[in-house]
Design a protein around this ligand. Structure first.
Ligand code: CP
Length: 306
């Protein structure tokens, strides 16, 4: 049984499947004129974000509200963190207000794990440094499954800045546990040092890496986490590594294109691909609400949606 959601590396395949199935059933609620079910009435969910977010924070808050939970959003930039309060003191004070669940994003890998050990309530990792972003990978898997009908046996090429990507790591663990074949496709300077110890095929040639792929996932260049000198120039990166119509010619004809957002249009993905019929990028965002509903539902022991 799930008690926290910190990483997909530590999540059992049965729990991943259960979360995907629950999210699939919750999607119907999102299409109702009145998006409200009583499932988590009386529960208090707090989002604590030490880094910027649009999709993850809003979708967690909307997911909680749709299920009738009360939500409070704490941005580190406007909290007592600015007065020097530590992470553990901050979360212990929030818990002292009798909250029921904490969703957190932090720039340090391992921060969510540390907090989960310190608190007696469910903690959800909404992204910790370069470690994991488990709900992003779950919503990606839900989107792939909707389009392909399965995950098992698919070839998923994750292209771009792998080193700095918690999305790539969570997708690698989640997708490989569900039977998909994952490829990391990147220049050598943007691959993690320990990549050869991971259950992944590695390509340093875009064409070879995308050949025959069922799914291409373009990653944002995370310049805020990048040391200098890893890239020659954005223009050259875009020419050699950008996911564009020409680069997609070697994939399967029904290959879908994903991106976790936010996109650097014209850098890791071209406008024509981002806005094409192959792009499922906005579907990923919609599925993000359903996945976060499922995560909160299982962690907080909600009743079946009415
Ligand atoms: N994909 C993602 O995590 O987006 P945000 O940073 O906007 O939450």
């Amino acid at each position: 049984m799930l008690t926290d959601l910190i990483s997909l590396r530590e999540t059992e395949p049965t729990d991943i499947r259960r979360l995907l199935d629950t999210a699939q059933s919750f999607k119907e609620v999102l299409e109702r004129p009145v998006k409200k079910v009583p499932t988590l009435r009386g529960k208090q969910v707090v989002t604590l974000f030490y880094e910027a977010s649009t999709r993850t924070r809003v979708s967690f808050e909307n997911a909680a509200k749709i299920m009738s939970a009360d939500t409070t959003s704490v941005a580190a930039a406007s909290s007592s963190v600015q007065k020097g309060e530590s992470l553990l003191d901050t979360v212990r004070n929030l818990r002292a207000m009798r909250i029921d669940c904490l969703v957190m994003r932090h720039p340090q890998s391992g921060a969510a794990h540390l907090v989960a050990q310190a608190l007696d309530i469910p903690v959800v990792n909404a992204g910790d440094g370069m470690h994991e972003h488990p709900t992003q990978a779950l919503l990606d898997m839900l989107t792939i499954r909707q389009h392909k009908g399965r995950l098992e046996g698919l070839t998923v090429a994750i292209v771009g800045d792998i080193t700095h990507s918690r999305v790539a790591r969570s997708n690698l663990w989640g997708l490989s546990k569900m039977g998909a074949k994952v490829r990391f496709v990147a220049p050598a300077t943007l691959l993690p040092r320990d990549v050869h110890r991971l259950p992944v095929e590695v390509y340093t040639d875009l064409r070879k890496g995308m050949e025959g792929a069922d799914v291409v996932m373009a990653l944002r260049l995370q310049q805020e986490r990048m040391e200098r000198g890893l890239l020659p120039s954005l223009r050259e990166y875009s020419q050699r590594w950008g996911v564009n119509t020409k680069a997609l010619e070697v994939t399967k004809p029904d290959c879908i294109v994903m991106h976790p957002g936010p996109m650097n249009r014209g850098v890791e993905i071209s406008d024509d691909v981002a806005d094409s019929g192959r792009s499922v990028i906005l579907e990923q965002v919609t599925n993000g609400v359903a996945i976060r509903m499922a995560v909160l539902y299982h962690l907080l022991g909600g009743e079946a949606a009415g």
